[in-house]
Ligand binder design. Structure first.
Ligand code: HEC
Length: 161
């Protein structure tokens, strides 16, 4: 009789553990799917232009060449720009318009850490959570929304031959 009761308790404990595992598992997949849909929403936004006015590739090229404003050429080679001192810290941007979509380029400029959490590339459109920002840049991104879109349209025009 005692053994039977012990058996019953044992079976009940096992059942309880199974129910707990199933419950936790479905809770986890619920939370996880919420996270995925949140990411999807931000991805959806990032696919849209930051401005009403379309980006202009000629202006974008000039912005990139402007040595006074954290130029991309410190770190990247852009062969179509005639500038002798181009950096090799980042990948060459030759033909980048054939490799990446406009959305991917926009995300790279807004949040380089979304591709590489250890990225040393600065965000060109971030104003918060920065450390010891130069006075002239406090509360101000490196590029305006229009400059971001101009640079995207220039980079997107760089197709591989
Ligand atoms: C301080 C160095 C630095 C600066 C300045 C910089 N980048 Fe980058 N960039 C990188 C590095 C390093 C990578 C490689 C990926 C990573 O680690 O984020 C990268 C990756 C990229 C990529 C993805 C290239 C690919 O083929 O996947 C693009 C596009 C890009 N940068 C554009 C720009 C533009 C446009 C500017 C200027 C507005 C700029 N970068 C300024 C360092 C820099």
């Amino acid at each position: 009789m005692k053994i039977l009761q012990l058996n019953q308790i044992f079976v009940n404990i096992i059942l309880l553990i199974i129910v707990l595992i199933i419950g936790l598992n479905s809770y986890y997949s619920f939370v996880h799917s919420e996270e995925i849909s949140k990411n999807f929403q931000s991805l959806h936004k990032i696919s849209q232009s930051l401005t009403e006015k379309a980006g202009n590739p000629d202006r974008g090229r000039k912005i990139l060449q402007d040595a006074n404003n954290v130029t991309c050429l410190i770190c990247h080679i852009v062969p179509s720009i005639n500038e002798p001192d181009q950096g090799k810290i980042g990948p060459s941007l030759e033909g980048v318009g054939s490799r990446l979509t406009k959305t991917q380029i926009r995300l790279q400029l807004l949040n380089p850490k979304s591709f590489n959490p250890d990225s040393i590339m600065p965000s060109y459109y971030q104003t918060e959570n920065l450390y010891r920002v130069a006075k002239s840049y406090v509360g101000k991104p490196i590029y305006t929304a229009q400059q971001i879109e101009d640079v995207i349209s220039y980079l997107y025009s760089l197709k591989s031959k």
